[in-house]
Design a protein. Structure first.
Length: 108
């Protein structure tokens, strides 16, 4: 099954951060029991683009395979064939994450 977003939208596979540990909910020192840690785990805010609509602005901004940073609670989470996805509007994209090349680092 292929999912094609309509309008100024794109579909991303969220990138889970393994480095996030939920030990406290507030600075007040409220400690969460282990069984609730997953429930209060923050949603990912980065993802890999897997589908882009045919909207000219959206398709010019991002391409399949790009890693994007998006607003924390934006988009609509869905599951298609067992895979977690998020449908985002292009206005929710804050930026693209790109690897720096070794040549660019030597120039600096």
């Amino acid at each position: 099954m292929k999912l094609t977003p309509l309008g100024p939208r794109l579909v991303v596979v969220p990138i889970e951060s393994d480095s996030v540990e939920v030990k406290q909910l507030e600075k007040s020192g409220l400690v969460l029991p282990e069984k609730y840690a997953d429930k209060y785990k923050p949603r990912p805010s980065t993802g890999t683009v897997v589908a882009v609509s045919e909207d000219p602005v959206t398709s010019a901004l991002v391409h399949i395979g790009d890693i994007v940073l998006f607003a924390l609670h934006s988009g609509t989470p869905i599951t298609v064939q067992g895979q977690d996805l998020i449908i985002l509007e292009d206005r929710d994209i804050l930026g693209k994450l790109e690897e720096e090349h070794a040549d660019a680092e030597k120039a600096n």
